[in-house]
Design a protein around this ligand. Structure first.
Ligand SMILES: C[S@@+](CC[C@H](N)C(=O)[O-])C[C@H]1O[C@@H](n2cnc3c(N)ncnc32)[C@H](O)[C@@H]1O
Length: 237
């Protein structure tokens, strides 16, 4: 199934499990994402989140896989926390090519993971599930794949947008033209929301279904919503 790595030493090595170029990212969304926060700001945010989820107490030799890893801010955060067996999965080769060296990268669909059963200690997702086109079907596929690849003691950790009162307030604010003109991050967020509206709203509108599916597959260690985010960590059932 796998074909070979990139031969360029300056580019990260990518194992391709789907045809390259099969999927491309939305350039307008990408540009807004870059305006929303710099790579360094994003890495600092991920480090804080990972510490809040207790990652500093995990074994640094654990095999950790980040799904929907994009340009790799989450993998860099894990590397800075001392993890040394890291892998990332994303559909966009353009974004995978922006990753720092250090993690093994897979051009693959998270609904069909390229890993053997029960071989992974930890799976992490920072804002990827809300990009799935069909809910709840695609979520069921990803969760079933995560469950399949995790070892019996394996853990699963996600941070995704959640329709808390704070997020409703943010939505109202970034719809105001004046706010968008004066607050550049707000404008970037509004562009990102416009360009992912269909999957984003589909995700935000199914909280009970999503939580039930998470809890059916994983025994919760942490299940908290705050500041527009769901933080869920669970152990494989
Ligand atoms: C919000 S971005 C995540 C960004 C990432 N946390 C980062 O640091 O760059 C969502 C990512 O999900 C990827 N994606 C969307 N659907 C996917 C799928 N079915 N399988 C794998 N990756 C997918 C996109 O290519 C994009 O990189």
């Amino acid at each position: 199934m796998n074909t070979s790595d990139s031969s360029k030493t300056s580019s990260p090595a990518i194992e391709r499990h789907i045809a390259s170029g099969e999927v491309c990212c939305d350039p307008v969304w990408e540009e807004a994402y870059r305006r929303f926060e710099s790579p360094e700001e994003e890495i600092e945010k991920f480090i804080k989140r990972l510490k809040a989820m207790g990652f500093q107490n995990h074994d640094p030799d654990n095999r950790v896989i980040e799904l929907f890893c994009g340009r790799g801010g989450g993998l860099t955060a894990l590397k800075r926390l001392g993890f040394n067996c890291l892998e990332g999965v994303d559909l966009s080769e353009t974004l995978l090519l922006q990753n720092e060296p250090g993690a093994k990268l897979h051009l693959a669909d998270c609904r069909d993971l390229p890993f053997e059963d029960a071989t992974v200690d930890t799976v992490v997702i920072h804002g990827g599930l809300h990009h799935l086109p069909d809910l709840p079907e695609d979520l069921a596929r990803v969760l079933s794949e995560v469950h399949r690849v995790l070892s019996s003691e394996g853990t699963f950790h996600i941070v995704e947008p959640w329709l808390t009162p704070f997020l409703r307030f943010v939505h109202c604010m970034v719809e105001q033209p004046l706010v968008r003109r004066l607050y550049k991050r707000g404008d970037a967020l509004a562009v990102m929301i416009e360009h992912e509206r269909e999957t984003y709203e589909q995700w935000l509108n199914q909280p009970a279904v999503i939580r039930d599916m998470l809890r059916q597959n994983f025994l919760p260690i942490l299940d908290r919503t705050a500041w527009g985010k769901l933080h869920f960590s669970g152990r494989k059932r």
